[in-house]
Write a protein that binds this ligand. Structure first.
Ligand SMILES: Cc1cc2nc3c(=O)[nH]c(=O)nc-3n(C[C@H](O)[C@H](O)[C@H](O)COP(=O)(O)OP(=O)(O)OC[C@H]3O[C@@H](n4cnc5c(N)ncnc54)[C@H](O)[C@@H]3O)c2cc1C
Length: 561
């Protein structure tokens, strides 16, 4: 039988003041919430929300006490007790995802109960309560993450590409998990034995204490955790946005906050390229910089707050142009029908033509430099390939923990487009060795990268280095394969919009309207393109966010016509 662990919860204070995480509402605030829901009595021991419940109501305690606990096999961990004037819930109140704790009554009394739609109504209409509730929900989720209090256990090894992928997926989705490292943790073997798992099957994801997933795809994890299950795919939405990077998330925030019914499709997890940036220092309003994960995590929460729905691991596979111009196919299930479309599918790293590159992806070859990758190469030599902004940012970031960073640039110097502040930091950092006219010509190792060969074009000499981590930052190619010549693209595959579309391109696309395409509108009316995927776009977060927000103004106009 479970033995309750009734020690005082080590909550909140570590991340922010307890009054911000577990505030007590004033009588007036409680009365305003009561107007949206119903009052009801509670009885001792009553379970208000079960662990894993799909529809999670929101409660304000009027009298008595309720507690959030994390049931375990042996002990029950107390997360927090809510007393009179306090309220339940965390980030899943906004996302509509399953409950990751049990909420039960510890002292009988009375509560006010709201369903998710009623709660969203409060958040969208009451600015004061919105701030208190949103801040508390987000900080509570951060606390659950900090305390490993999730419903997922990942058993893996930091030397396995799959483990990096799975932990990155859960992190980007803001889902708390407990990580058990096979290389270091004594619990690990016991866990593997208990679930009859072979070492070769890692990473293993134990999902909601019941399903054991062996080396699962991200989509399988999303399925198990019910990330997409609250989303109705059958009705026609006002606006479908393809891609949840900065551009798509900005469009979702503006679209949903301006009353549009918005559905975002994301083939991987929210954040896009920005999510893989260790620190963005030139985004307006963050003088000390902000990690890409934080920036896009906030944007994601903001989009959900206004009622946008985001389907993860659900890529658009085709945009139908044959009469039903606003139909987007997704891998399985019915196509998504929408009255307008914003293409925000961005770009992804160009992969150099190197033998065995895919063997070492995630096991020595990385396309992003975040604290997750940095942890793998503390005190070691690493190579960063590329001369643009993202390469510069990665080199400076990695130099703070790696022994030496070899920055390999094929051209004669750093790119003209690199920000001045980054160039100075690279020049002044003794741990960064800039190697111009140099390119990698060989990757060696068994399952993990062990050695790298690079060619110095100035001396025509090839050097071999025992180096286990290479960061590929070599420019990007647009994610437009799914558009299949449905709309006009430029010679590099980026989507052409507005004034960039020639009369010939419009004629060949059979542009049907008397007016020319709006700024950001593609060669099909009502279909817009924003951010890195757009031809002529400046590849920066601010540009992506700006375009995402502007496009919504044109969506309104297109919908009115
Ligand atoms: C490491 C790194 C550091 C950077 N640092 C900075 C910086 O300091 N400052 C700055 O201003 N900019 C920086 N950038 C650039 C900035 O991140 C990009 O300009 C920005 O992310 C572009 O946003 P986006 O939404 O247009 O596209 P993306 O960020 O590329 O997002 C596109 C999203 O669409 C999804 N997607 C793709 N295809 C499909 C499909 N078929 N269906 C559904 N979804 C799909 C992708 O998974 C992705 O999530 C950096 C980029 C990188 C990679």
């Amino acid at each position: 039988m479970d033995t309750p662990d009734r020690s005082r919860p080590a909550e909140a204070d570590s991340i922010s003041g307890a009054d911000r995480v577990f505030p007590t509402l004033t009588e007036k605030q409680v009365a305003r919430i009561a107007g949206h829901g119903r009052r009801r009595p509670t009885t001792r021991g009553e379970v208000l929300v079960e662990l894993g419940a799909r529809a999670v109501p929101f409660f304000v305690v009027v009298t008595g006490e309720v507690e959030a606990v994390r049931p375990g096999e042996v002990t029950e961990t107390l997360i927090v007790r809510h007393q009179s004037g306090q309220f339940s819930g965390e980030a899943n109140m906004i996302s509509g995802r399953r409950s990751i704790a049990r909420l039960q009554v510890s002292e009988p009394g009375e509560v006010i109960e709201l369903n998710r739609e009623q709660l969203l109504g409060v958040i969208q209409t009451d600015a004061e309560l919105s701030e208190i509730l949103m801040r508390a929900f987000i900080l509570r989720r951060l606390n659950l993450i900090a305390r490993d209090l999730g419903d997922v256990v990942v058993v893996g090894s930091m030397h396995s590409a799959g483990t990096l992928r799975v932990t990155e997926f859960l992190t980007r989705n803001g889902h708390p998990f407990h990580y058990v490292d096979l290389d270091r943790d004594h619990e690990a073997q016991e866990l593997l034995d208990r679930f009859h798992i072979d070492f070769s099957e890692i990473p293993v994801v134990i999902c909601r204490g019941t399903s054991v997933l062996r080396d699962p795809t991200n989509a399988r994890i999303a399925d198990c955790l019910g990330f997409n299950e609250a989303i109705d795919r059958t009705h026609v939405v006002d606006l479908v946005i393809v891609g949840a990077g900065p551009a798509g998330l900005a469009a979702a925030v503006y679209g949903a906050s301006e009353g549009l019914d918005v559905l975002v499709l994301e083939s991987s997890s929210p954040g896009g390229q920005a999510g893989s940036s260790s620190k963005i220092e030139n985004y307006l309003g963050f003088p000390t910089g902000i990690s890409g994960l934080d920036l896009t995590g906030r944007a994601y929460a903001q989009a959900l707050k206004f009622g946008a729905r985001v389907m993860v691991t659900t890529g658009a596979t085709r945009l139908a142009c044959d009469g039903q111009r606003y139909t987007v196919d997704i891998g399985d299930g019915p196509p998504i029908r929408a009255r307008a479309v914003i293409i925000a599918s961005g770009a992804e790293y160009r992969k150099p033509a190197l033998e065995r590159l895919s063997t070492f992806e995630g096991a020595g070859i990385y396309y992003g430099a975040t604290p997750m990758e940095a942890r793998l190469c503390v005190g070691e030599d690493v190579a960063v390939v590329g001369g643009g902004n993202s390469a510069g940012q990665a080199a400076v970031f990695l130099a703070s923990t790696a022994r030496r960073v070899h920055m390999l640039v094929r051209g004669p110097g750093l790119a003209d487009t690199m920000s001045r502040y980054l160039i100075r930091r690279i020049e002044e950092n003794p741990s960064i060795v800039l190697r111009t006219r140099t390119e990698i010509v060989g990757l060696e190792g068994n399952n993990e990268l062990e050695r790298v060969r690079w060619l110095d074009h100035q001396t025509a000499e090839t050097e071999s280095h025992d180096l286990r981590h290479v960061f590929m930052m070599t420019g990007a190619v647009p994610n437009t394969r799914w558009l299949e010549r449905c709309i006009a693209l430029d010679e590099k595959g980026f989507v052409k919009t507005g004034p960039a579309l020639s009369p010939e391109e419009l004629a060949s696309a059979k542009w049907p309207l008397a007016r020319p395409p709006y700024l950001l509108e593609t060669s099909r009316p009502g279909i817009f393109a924003v951010g890195d995927v757009r031809s002529g776009n400046v590849k920066r977060c601010a540009a992506a966010v700006g375009e995402g927000s502007i496009a919504v103004a044109f969506v309104h106009q297109a919908l009115r016509q």
